[in-house]
Design a protein around this ligand. Sequence first.
Ligand code: G16
Length: 544
Amino acid sequence: MTQILTVPTRPFEGQAPGTSGLRKKVKVFQQPNYAENFIQSVFDVAEREPGAILVIGGDGRFHNRTVIQQAIRMAAANGYGRVLVGQGGILSTPAASHVIRKNKASGGLVLSASHNPGGPEEDFGIKYNIANGGPAPEAVTRAIHARTQEIDRWLTVEAEDVDLDTPGETRIGELIVAVIDPVADYADLMEELFDFAAIRKAVAGGLTMRFDAMNAVTGPYAVEILENRLGFAKGTVVNGTPLEDFGGHHPDPNLIHAKDLYDLMMSENSPDIGAASDGDGDRNLIIGRGRFITPSDSLAMLAANMGGAPAYKGRLAGIARSMPTSAAADRVAEALGVPCFETPTGWKFFGNLLDAGKVTICGEESAGTGSDHVREKDGLWAVLLWLNVLAARGISVDQLAREHWARFGRNYYARHDYEGIDKAAADVLMAGLTDGLPALPGKSFGRLTVRVADSFSYTDPVDGSVSENQGIRILFEDGSRIVFRLSGTGTQGATLRVYLERYESAGGLLDEETGAMLAEQIAAADEIAGIRRHTGRTAPDVIT
Ligand code: G16
């Protein structure tokens, strides 16, 4: 019997999970008791039987291995029976979700700060996923946070570090620790969902791609699936080695941080499709030859075409999107006669809808798309679904986009991010917006007249739980829209997100420049929110 050690501790301020887990600078996590307090709070509130299974994995960023060893010892002291940990401490977020579901684990610790940069001076994160494989819902994250505020001890055992690099089982007291292949189960699942034979045939017939793994977790997954199983040429996957600091880059698959890929795809030498994923493998970027696909459009286009993939043939139950995501998917849902749900930002809000079988595909403007195969968004899954659609239909990304807009119309869409602004100024800006809401309807900004202005509130149709203050919506009479919200994933100051959208019907202007099409909404956003006045910024840091 290994002796359980009780370590006295005191609460830390600010351990409230954000949009997706607790994200802070590595230096914050390195403080004695910091990670331990949070993990113990998770263990104190997590629903589980004695001897339950816990999955642990991360995106390989700096500090990953240290926290994994701490978590394993604490799991041993907290009555878990089995820990499944990815070899090298690696498990992409969607792969972790799959391992939890497949092994009927009680939950999992996913160690990642996603697309945020990594390294000793950068970011780290811990997220708890529940038994359905998805991020803990708000009731659970609230309970974890409450526990962090009163915690006075954490439990551990004295034990050597587990060898994370060698697959196999070891024992710490009653706990069995199994180091598992992080890729195999996930790659097998993808092979079940998609028509690999059709994709292989298209590849043999000349379909080319580049996948930028951004020196983050998807490298080994992409090499196995795209190069080894689907036959894309060696070298199709670039930046395929996971690095603790992601090579000094932001592993964020957007047009700023994946600029090399974008430039290639806009050049004459471009392959047929370019794709990228983020730090922990749940986001995706899709670019065709000469054609960028926004995440909102990607959701709509995939939803309209996913029946071509074996796992989804004839079974689209419904679509869900986060509120700031464009309404492109709503038009597909309407045309196909299935419901479309509008949830707050955060994948955790899709869990109930997926568990209840109300939706088959979900997506967010923040580059996340996924289905009911796991309970996380899934970067490589989205790439494979695109490949399956292209292979099955024998058309290009650009052709598919044009065909889609000609049928459904086009939702021009952009997100403007003002990063690292003063938190107090951001709060004043949001409070001012909220206070001004009742006076907005009927007011005009240029040619735009406000129809509705509100703060988005969501009632979960499955369990009736209510989530308020999920973003400010300004809806104009011409159908265009502006949404304002503060990011819940940053670690420094505040990030203001401004989401801009305008719909052009099928007979309208379908191939214009997005910035020009949204000029009126951009001007109105500044006038309504006083962005310059409150933040001193004259332009966004990132436009996606
Ligand atoms: C996380 C969540 C997503 C959410 C995104 C953006 O993504 O999992 O559901 O859309 O944050 O959140 P925010 O706008 O609050 O920064 P990831 O990829 O960082 O885990």
